[in-house]
Design a protein around this ligand. Sequence first.
Ligand SMILES: O=C(O)CCC(=O)C(=O)O
Length: 380
Amino acid sequence: MFEDYGDEEEDEEEEEDVEDDGGGQGDSDGEEEVGGDDATTTISGVLNTLSQNVRELSLGTCGEVPKVVGPLSALEFLREYVMPGRPCIITDAIAHWPALQLWSSNEYLCSKLQHQHISLHCTPDGRADALVPISPLVDDGAGSSVVFVSALVEQVEFPQALERIVGGSRCCGCLQEDDEVAYAQQQNGCFKSEYSSLASDADAHIPWATEALGCTPEAVNLWIGNQRSVTSFHKDHYENLYAVVTGEKHFTLLPPTDLHRMYIRSYPSAHYVRGRSSELVIEEDRPTAMVPWVSVDPFPLPLDRKEAESKYPLYFDGPKPFSCTVRAGELLYLPSMWFHHVRQTPDPKGPTIALNYWYDMQFDIKYAYFNLLESLAAIV
Ligand SMILES: O=C(O)CCC(=O)C(=O)O
């Protein structure tokens, strides 16, 4: 996720270009009108019109993600979903996986992965790769600033990792609000490496998707989390087939044509480290690096809601996002470049477990249009 918005140099260049054009981010007064109404004469008006047209012509305006019975034929998948870039939930596509029965048993998982070390992503509150306000060490009068923080990744033997994820290390066996949150979410094709002993429980690829997309997956990732693990809004340069095996995942989705509603800004990058009492503390990256990231949190705390609405009106006052819950046994097709924010509800007996297949996207004319959009959105 981290590198999805391009490298720093490119972003610095983009910002310089914006300044050269005389337009600052968030300054719509500088926009030039060319005559006619706002929907066709200002950049933000044109972007809103594009987003609305795409909904009306292709995606639908109700914000629902269609559910279809699988497995799909390669042709139907390509024609109905991949080419128009429309998400869908496919039922009955993974019903044959032994994982659907086996992975709701923590004992089974621990026996298969008894001595296996896995990468565990640790945060104080479940928000990895997310924006966090920090207070300066010295009060310079500027108040707090916001940094982009990555999780601390620890190598832990699977049985201990699972215990930390589900909160079993507590005497009552349940997670407390002030516990740190552990999320197994290594995104480097970990299913084939860290979890190779589970390989026979699920397919190595989704056959009709492989046929439609003309390649095997670039990465297959396993996700094991709890109700406090949240993935902040971002997009990926992959076609994503996301299978839920236990529990439920709640997706909030926006199409690439809503980019201007995401308020992408550059933030200093930071990471969590262990402090003196082994608590997680934020350390800014040195040398300083800036990460372009979506500013919008779609679910602010009730106390912060008003402020969020006034800072990000294009998001909160605009068309509602597409949202869906993907249940155990279902497969979500998440088209490349769609913004997604993910929450989860665990299985009553254990964590939420999902397996996702990232297929390379086509870097074609749609991608070129998206880059154009990115440049335009930076001006408004
Ligand atoms: O399941 C999650 O927490 C995030 C999934 C995601 O971002 C992805 O599959 O690209």
